[in-house]
Design a protein around this ligand. Sequence first.
Ligand code: MLT
Length: 309
Amino acid sequence: MATAAGAADPNYPTRSIALVVPFAAGGPTDVVARIVGDHMSRTLGQQFVVENIGGAGGTTGMARVAAAEPDGYTLGVGNMGTQSAAPALYPNLKYDPATSFAQVGIANFTPQAIVSKRATRPRTSKEFIAYLKANQDKLSYGHAGVGSISHVSGTLFNSQFALKPALVAYRGTAPALNDLVGGQIDYMVDQSLNVIPQIKAGTIKVYAIAAARRLASLPDVPTSEEAGVDFIFSAWNAMVAPKGTPKDVIARLSDALNKALDDPATVKRYVELGSTAPEAADRGPEGLQKLVESEMARISPVLKEAAAK
Ligand code: MLT
């Protein structure tokens, strides 16, 4: 609890910490939040209790974090959607990603994978895009709500290839992936972290990794460039606290996050999931603040242009 004049309680944390995940349980943001949150709870000696608060592309949950008591006992894990794209898509957004939070740090970077339901016939990415174009009035694209990573990556992908599928919104890409496995929707551009287990299980089809390099965990899957598809898209998840959270509390949280990222178990798990941790220079509150500001500036005009097409 913050003492007078906003100084942190030297014994912080003295009780469990709520960790808001603004998407459905089991999705990529939830998985990353639990990986780092579980480790941080061991470092800090108090439980991190995940609360999945979905809706509105994750902005409902992040607005809850922005409005919470800045005492270090309510944190959130947002992502490139909620913390950078949302202002361009929600005119009445209840928070500003650059000023409504005390940034804790980046949790992971994750490339996107271009995936479809297993029954889709095309073998190569080029054939897949031709198939999407020829059948777009009969096909559907699943995402986690306007402004989510999967919505932004889908908007750019569909705009670049002049595709207009039906867009199906979910409270996260975990339920969207369930429907892709079940064949209820046709394709997604989603965080590799989310789709790798289903790709390995053979329950969905992967065409390419929208990144410059292949993933060690999917060595046979081509990059989009190798597949002749000029589409690169990387995303990230990050931990924040409400603005006004005492600096000593943020320092303790950020230090615990770094310890989680450097733990060999985390490093191994990230490789399995196609994620990378931020470099030392990009860590901490400053690294995340810089990323949020640069991504907000980068994404808004791109989204506006895609929407205008
Ligand atoms: C999730 O955890 O469901 C995703 O991060 C949602 C998204 O941003 O696509």
